[in-house]
Design a protein around this ligand. Structure first.
Ligand code: ADP
Ligand code: MG
Length: 399
């Protein structure tokens, strides 16, 4: 069971709950808005009735009562006559007037026209018979109701922004933690290997002297293995510090490594390196070799039996980049796993650690400022990985 399947499951589950929470919050506010809207309609109707009754009654006490009722039922409203002219209004800006006669207020008919228009668009008018003539009461949502309509959207957006910020902060701190583990472990490994390797080197020299066995194949093999150990320690020390990059021919570097590698694997696998020999890039050789080794090893693992691994180096003139395409005729990678294979711990091999490609990606992206991805892959046909690195000076052969 790999951890990424679990992670994806959690992602979907959390997304599902987030949608449920957002939807129920929207649904509930909608429900509240609906109820308040209904009660505002009732208030507008009662207000209209009391307004009407005021025209019809002579009773002072009744009048006072009606005033009290009317004033307690305030919803922003405008009353118009049959010709759509404004008769009166309520709960709007009282410093303005639609009527030129009222000189103590600001004459602002446009304001009332605007308000009337917005009221018409919101609710159906309440019809009133006043002194035998038909009038219309238009009203609009109270300020409170308007706010309530927008509230969940604002609230959810604020929560979303908060979550995004929290997520990115945690993510970046987690990433820097991971970095520290990588770097620390690499340094420690290099450090621990260092001492026994230097002693081994010395012992090999002593053996040669003692038995006068300068060309003994056993000693040569031993020396080779010690050198190999030295390379491993060197790689770890490079990962643990800021590596120095120098300009090298990409073709030469890869060709050298492939030549070293090909004799160590089954001869059923054919290796071909093609491309422009003059392309140079800033490389750290021990680390870049490690990249090529990881990809070649994976390619070898993907090929069951006979197969071919080809490396092609081409220049992308437009962007001053170099493309390194490594193609195998192995079992291929499903499209859904193109990104996942680069995550630490992802493996499909029984005895794999799933660290090769994540290390490779680190070396290419963090140490060489390049890119690596699966360019294409077809199941049972093969896979092409592409590395993109920035080209440095043109390689000029010395004459
Ligand atoms: N060339 C390839 N062809 C098919 N699958 C590949 C290839 N390269 C990598 N993979 C897949 O990516 C996984 C992760 O690779 P890697 O990080 O090197 O870890 P490991 O080799 O330990 O499994 C492999 O287990 C394999 O499923
Ligand atoms: Mg691997």
């Amino acid at each position: 069971m790999n951890p990424y399947q679990n992670k994806r499951r959690w992602k979907y589950l959390l997304l599902f709950f987030a949608i449920i929470i957002a939807a129920s919050s929207l649904w509930y506010t909608d429900f509240l808005v609906e109820r308040i809207s209904k009660s505002e309609r009732t208030r507008a109707e009662l207000w209209s009735q009391s307004f009407k009754k005021m025209f019809e009654t002579d009773d002072d006490e009744m009048m006072n009562y009606l005033f009290a009722v009317r004033d307690s039922l305030v919803v922003p409203a405008i009353v118009t006559n049959e010709k759509d002219s404004i008769i009166t209004y309520v709960a709007l800006d009282t410093s303005r007037t639609y009527d030129k006669i009222e000189t103590d207020k600001k004459y602002d008919p446009k304001y009332f026209v605007r308000e009337l228009k917005s009221m018409k668009s919101q609710h159906q008018a309440i019809t009133l018979e006043l002194n035998g003539k038909t009038s219309y009461v238009y009203y609009k949502d109270s300020y409170l109701l308007t706010q309530l309509r927008f509230f969940p959207y604002i609230q959810l957006s604020v929560i979303a922004i908060f979550l995004i910020i929290a997520y990115t902060t945690f993510n970046s701190s987690r990433r820097s933690e991971q970095n520290q583990v990588w770097v620390g472990l690499a340094k420690e490994t290099a450090h621990q290997l260092g001492t026994p390797i230097s002693s081994l080197m010395a012992w090999v020299e002593l053996l040669k002297d003692k038995f006068n066995a300068e060309d003994d194949p056993l000693i040569l093999q031993m020396e080779n293995d010690v050198k190999r150990l030295e390379i491993v320690a060197d790689r770890f020390s490079k990962i643990g510090s800021k590596p120095i990059l120098t300009s090298h021919s990409v073709y030469e570097t890869i060709k050298d490594y492939v030549d070293y590698f090909r004799v160590r694997v089954s001869d059923k696998i054919e290796f071909v390196v093609t491309g422009d020999e003059n392309q140079e890039a800033l490389l750290n050789i021990p680390l870049f070799d490690w990249v090529i080794e990881n990809i070649l090893k994976n390619a070898v693992n993907a090929i069951e039996g006979r197969g071919k691994i080809s490396v092609n180096i081409v220049e992308n003139l437009v962007k001053e980049q170099i493309f390194v395409d490594i193609t195998d005729t192995g079992k291929g990678i499903p499209r859904s796993k193109f990104d996942a294979i680069f995550q630490p711990g992802f493996t499909t091999r029984k005895r794999g650690w799933g660290l090769g490609l994540s290390l490779t990606k680190r070396i290419i992206e963090n140490y060489h400022r390049g890119q690596i991805f699966v360019k294409e892959s077809e199941l049972e046909k093969g896979t092409t990985f592409r590395i993109i690195i920035k080209s440095s000076l043109k390689y000029v052969p010395t004459t």
